[in-house]
Design a protein around this ligand. Structure first.
Ligand code: GAF
Length: 401
């Protein structure tokens, strides 16, 4: 594979000013919890997006997606969502830098000068090895890589957390997915061999060393992405908001899901026939998952990965039966390893409706399990399984030339 530097040189006849690498993420537990103000436990992985960037002076953004063989040029201003999906992850964050008043106000240096230079536009080449649509946050990795690169190129002085929040807004406005903060946060803040417990309410976070010893994190990729993934994602978010509102009507001191007990969910939503049982099911899952994450963190602190793994299976059940974001292929992959003594835990990961399962598997058994699962997945689901044995790596960073 030609380096991103060489691609940039070939396309622009000039060396890039910066090269930035931004990883995809896994999430150990706490799924569909970030936008509900709970705790999540993600980590950055050894799959990444790389961008090479350099300034222009003619007010144009010249974008090259190396892997797709596509090139798009757009003027820097009046940016609106584009028909080419990957372009939105670039121009979405440019729009954040240009138009969000708070962001501009937080640039401590000479705002006018920076804005002037920034208006000149830039050249950018993108390539990566995060499988698209696998639920490993390739889009967040791209947004974070671009923001980080712009931050360096124009000395914008954004913190990693500010960049994560801007990338999240870009995803809302340019990609139309009302996602939480987890993916962007994890891509930017990852550290080698550490999971990060993020409080999605206060945005405080703590690093946890992941001592897996004889175990590996293995991702089984269904290689499926159902078309309804983004619309159903937004629907889940709305269902949770509806449930929260109904609970707040009876318990006005409740601010977020963090303040809600299972009993309150039962009292307010179990027999609510305005919304059928869906709102009840979604909220029950959210409150149960929030409690599960708290207990799972205690397991992690005691290095009790067996107990931790059990909770991953419980999360899967909740996501499949109550939250209804799984699919037959994901359920198949989790059930197939559920009684295997060499698998501590398994569950679907990320938004759902396809993508990967995350598994904690004894190293000595990975090959045998992978072989058996690949064969049964092909036979019963008529699909090819992709397998990624994953390591935990550092977050978004500059690549030395
Ligand atoms: C997707 C979203 F982008 C995240 O914010 C998160 O909600 C996740 O699905 C589910 O936990 O990756």
């Amino acid at each position: 594979m030609l380096s991103i530097r060489s691609h940039f040189l070939n396309h622009f006849n000039d060396a890039p000013a910066f090269i930035v690498k931004s990883p995809g993420r896994i999430n150990l537990i706490g799924e569909h919890i970030d936008y509900n103000h709970g705790f999540v436990l993600p980590a950055a992985i050894d799959k990444f997006i790389e961008v090479a960037i350099g300034k222009r002076t003619d007010g144009t953004i010249h974008m090259v997606a190396v892997d797709l063989g596509e090139t798009i040029l757009l003027p820097m201003h009046n940016l609106t969502p584009h028909a080419t999906v990957w372009v939105n992850y670039i121009i979405g964050v440019v729009d954040q830098v240009l138009n969000t008043e708070n962001n501009v106000a937080s640039i401590e240096n000479n705002v006018a000068k920076i804005k002037d230079e920034f208006n000149g536009g830039f050249n950018i080449c993108v390539q990566g090895n995060i499988p698209l649509g696998a639920g490993l946050s390739s889009s967040a990795a791209l947004e974070c890589a671009v923001l980080f690169a712009l931050n360096e190129l124009y000395s914008l002085s954004f913190t990693k957390m500010q960049m994560a929040l801007m990338a999240q807004s870009a995803e809302h406005t340019f990609a139309g997915v009302h996602c939480g903060l987890m993916d962007m946060f994890a891509s930017l803040h990852g550290e080698k061999n550490k999971a990060i417990l993020l409080d999605c309410d206060s945005l405080a976070f703590t690093y946890y060393p992941l001592a897996l010893n004889d175990y590996s994190i293995v991702l089984f990729d269904t290689q499926i992405k159902h078309a309804l993934a983004s619309s159903e994602y937004n629907t889940r978010r709305l269902e949770c908001e509806r449930g929260l509102k109904l609970i707040q009507e009876k318990y006005p001191t409740v601010k977020t899901f963090r303040d809600i007990s299972i009993e309150q969910v039962e009292t307010c939503l179990a027999s609510n026939d305005i919304n059928g049982s869906k709102v009840y099911q979604r909220c029950k899952y959210v409150v149960e998952e929030m409690q599960r994450v708290q207990l799972a963190v205690q397991d992690l602190e005691k290095s009790d990965m067996k107990a931790f793994g059990k909770k991953m299976f419980e999360t899967h059940k909740g996501l499949s039966n109550l939250y209804e974001v799984s699919c037959p292929e994901l359920d198949f992959l989790v059930e197939a390893v559920a009684n295997n003594e060499n698998v501590l835990g398994a569950r679907m990961m990320g938004g759902g409706f396809g993508g990967c399962t995350i598994n904690i598997i004894k190293k000595s058994a990975v090959e045998e399990i992978t072989k058996a699962l690949t064969a049964s997945y092909a036979q019963l689901m008529h699909k090819e399984l992709a397998v990624y044995i994953t390591s935990i790596e550092e977050g978004t960073h500059l690549v030395a030339e």
